[in-house]
Design a protein around this ligand. Sequence first.
Ligand SMILES: Nc1ncnc2c1ncn2[C@@H]1O[C@H](COP(=O)(O)OP(=O)(O)OP(=O)(O)O)[C@@H](O)[C@H]1O
Ligand SMILES: [Mg+2]
Length: 274
Amino acid sequence: MFSDPDLLIDFRDVELIRGGTTLVGPVTWQVELDERWVIIGPNGAGKTSLLRIASALDFPTRGDAFVVGEKLGRTEVRELTTRIGLVSSAMAARVPGDERVSDLVISAGYSVLGRWREKYDDMDRDRAADILESMGAEHLADREFGTLSEGERKRVLIARGLMTDPELLLLDEPAAGLDLGGREELVERLSVLAADPDAPAMVLITHHVEEIPPGFTDVMMLSEGAVTAQGPIADTLTAENLTATFRQSIAVTHDDGRYFARRARRAGGHRRAE
Ligand SMILES: Nc1ncnc2c1ncn2[C@@H]1O[C@H](COP(=O)(O)OP(=O)(O)OP(=O)(O)O)[C@@H](O)[C@H]1O
Ligand SMILES: [Mg+2]
């Protein structure tokens, strides 16, 4: 069985089962090169677990998962890591506090975390500097990672994720822990990246519809491991689907490319006592 070469992610009835519990699935999902996906759902819905399969860190228990055209379980995983950029707090937690930012970004090409520097050449250094600049982080190049603010860390990690020129960029809650200004800056940078035709296909996990960068195209909603809705954001990010996903009445509004959600007031609820 082969996957369509234009699909960066091609999951067919994928399930991830651990200790007898289905954490994810069944999920059937396709991501094309020019698509930018958002995954949204409550805590424990299986979002990170799904992304672990998309980043080839986990293989599905059932079903077929193709990532960047390769069937998981067959390809050398090491070979895939340079083709997939992953930004997550789990990955950030493994970065030594004294790692120099420029080394952290450059080392992405070598699939190594740490201070393994011998092989970097000038081309790597120039590319890392350009990517850090595109994320507004060029002034941080000589800093130690452990001294950066949360927002600065996120921008540096995204730069690292882009260093290998991956076909697929996976972002697990990149705006978590950012203040309002930091979140807005990140949303804007991701929006610019989303509009770049040379940018990789992207999948971004978030808890907040306010964090969806304009230009992102599609959304998957997950609840208890199962897909409650998926498709183009404009048609799919509805109050009805959010309500089913979060199991409480949610209202959503849309303004200037951004989305805003809150708990819906029950129609006529205040009149019930009359
Ligand atoms: N290795 C594992 N073994 C057993 N259960 C696991 C394992 N990894 C994750 N889980 C469970 O699977 C469920 C989904 O976890 P996951 O981290 O994918 O959720 P999530 O949607 O990313 O949640 P959050 O929004 O809190 O990050 C959770 O109930 C979690 O406890
Ligand atoms: Mg998670």
